[in-house]
Design a protein around this ligand. Structure first.
Ligand SMILES: [Zn+2]
Length: 221
């Protein structure tokens, strides 16, 4: 994670056990950079994290949501408004914020919102909207930096070969209602080197700016 985040003032990672880790940062801007991106993955698995408040116990934090940037496609012209974007976000999960770029320039191919998603629920593929004339239309969603997910049940954290639905119906032909089209197009990023350069080893976290806790979702072997 250190190699991905590259904190200018370094970071420390404390193993809390049970696949929970505490990430200690030494500057607020280093944390901000991590939070701004939204979702992070570690070896294809979604990193579920929580920004710890002062005196919050990392062990008692519930880790079941992830903030993800979602792209909304096919939004009809008459529907482009702050409240519609918020409704879309609340339909997917819980609307967090709208990309400032949504309101600059002209009409867009897509609109970008940040959504807090419940990682125990299937991904939302699309949403139905009713036009003024009474006819229905679909808006379609794509997700940035989506970790591995199941094309059969739409849940994050496992793939088809480990899906409970597939196991419950071994003789049935598999129906895939989800697919790679749910991934937002990405810019190719160069692979990062080892993160050692950004890691602090000292163990003295008393000077740390803030702490965060995370949990890598288990990926079956
Ligand atoms: Zn599944």
């Amino acid at each position: 994670m250190a190699s991905l985040w590259r904190p200018r003032e370094g970071m420390e990672i404390i193993d809390l056990g049970g696949q929970k880790y505490s990430f200690v940062f030494y500057h607020v801007l280093d944390i901000q950079k991590v939070l701004d991106v939204g979702s992070w993955t570690f070896e294809q698995s979604l990193l579920i994290y929580h920004y710890l408040k002062k005196r919050e116990d990392p062990q008692s934090v519930k880790l079941n949501t992830s903030d993800i940037w979602v792209l909304i496609y096919d939004l009809p012209t008459g529907f482009i408004s702050k409240s519609v974007l918020k409704n879309n976000g609340d339909y997917i999960g819980e609307f967090v914020k709208s990309d400032p770029g949504n309101v600059t320039g002209g009409r867009k191919l897509y609109y970008r919102i940040r959504v807090r998603m419940d990682v125990d629920k299937p991904i939302t593929r699309r949403m139905k909207l009713k036009r003024d004339g009474g006819e229905w239309t679909w808006v379609n969603f794509k997700y940035e930096r989506l970790s591995s997910f199941c094309f059969v049940c739409g849940l994050l954290g496992h793939q088809e070969r480990d899906c409970a639905i597939v196991y419950a119906n071994p003789d049935k032909e598999i129906t895939r209602a989800y697919g790679v089209w749910l991934r937002a197009p990405t810019k190719n990023s160069k692979n990062m080197n080892l993160g050692a350069k950004w890691l602090r080893i000292s163990g003295d976290s008393s000077k740390a700016w803030e702490e965060g806790v995370s949990n890598v979702r288990d990926e079956p072997p």
